[in-house]
Design a protein around this ligand. Structure first.
Ligand code: R5P
Length: 273
């Protein structure tokens, strides 16, 4: 692998642990002003020091992230659809490789929609992006998107998507955690990160999902809503980090969470009786 490509990958997947906690804040590209991401700068700023990489679009990067920030960027370069439009799978490439280079990103990301009428289109998007990425030393992260069909998140389907993404040259594959996840990892030569998906009931559920994914061989998470839709986002990301980088159990991560939460509560002004 070329030096530039390796260097960029190691900015994202930390060589010290071989793992990564990416913070996903790209949801607006098809969801619009998602709850608690209405003002991206406010959501991102306090979390930035705790993220190994930031996944977002160029619009939010330019408008809402200080260029002095040293957090590696994974730039979402696919889109062109919306949650109220005809078909979420009908994505194109929205951002050029030259723009990605200008923004000094560490990787580019796109979604693939296997099993939809836009399967070929999105797989060709991935192939073309890998061609360009190889030319410029920019890794490509492929997201095995399920659109509105969250029920599609099973090992047979996701295993198929991940393997295809890997065969077409994706340097990192992002998918969902599911039962039989170890089989997906086994049959996908590229490193895998998991998305968090919609916010789970409790923080412990999120730590457990992260733990199970890491145990099964994921290199980390690219998590959004389970972190920033929580009332204690910093406590959440710290808990997740402890599982990913320190091999903490869900209970140990929950202790990290509670400690951080207590610090925040202590700083809150007391309500008058
Ligand atoms: C993926 O394609 C989305 O744009 C998000 O980046 C992804 O779903 C991760 O965020 P969350 O953990 O909220 O699912």
């Amino acid at each position: 692998m070329d030096w530039g490509m390796q260097n960029r990958l190691s900015r994202i997947i930390k060589p010290r642990t071989g793992h990564t906690v990416m913070l996903a804040v790209d949801h607006g590209y098809f969801l619009g002003p998602t709850r608690k991401l209405e003002s991206p700068r406010e959501t991102i700023k306090p979390l930035l020091p705790h993220a190994d990489a930031l996944m977002l679009t160029r619009g939010v990067l330019r408008s809402s992230v200080d260029p002095g920030a040293n957090t590696p960027v994974v730039l979402r370069v696919s889109g062109g659809t919306s949650i109220i439009g005809e078909n979420l799978a009908n994505e194109g490439i929205t951002t050029s490789m030259e723009e990605a280079l200008r923004l000094n990103v560490s990787a580019v990301a796109l979604s693939i929609f296997v099993g939809t009428p836009y399967e070929k289109q999105t797989l060709m998007n991935l192939s073309e992006l890998v061609n360009q990425g190889e030319e410029h030393g920019i890794p490509v992260l492929a997201v095995t998107a399920v659109g509105k069909e969250l029920g599609k998140r099973d090992a047979r389907y996701l295993g198929l998507c991940c393997r295809i993404a890997s065969e077409l040259g994706a340097h990192i594959v992002k998918t969902y955690y599911c039962d039989g996840f170890d089989k997906i990892v086994e049959s996908t030569p590229s490193p895998i990160v998991i998305a968090g998906g919609p916010k789970l009931k409790t923080e412990l559920d999120a730590f457990k999902m992260t733990y199970d994914a890491i145990q099964a061989g994921a290199v980390g998470v690219d998590m959004g809503r389970n972190i920033w839709q929580h009332d204690y986002p910093i406590a959440m990301i710290k808990g997740v980090r402890s599982v990913v980088h320190k091999k903490h159990t869900p209970k140990e991560a929950h202790d990290v969470f509670k400690k951080e939460k207590a610090k925040v509560d202590k700083r809150k002004p007391k309500k008058k009786k």
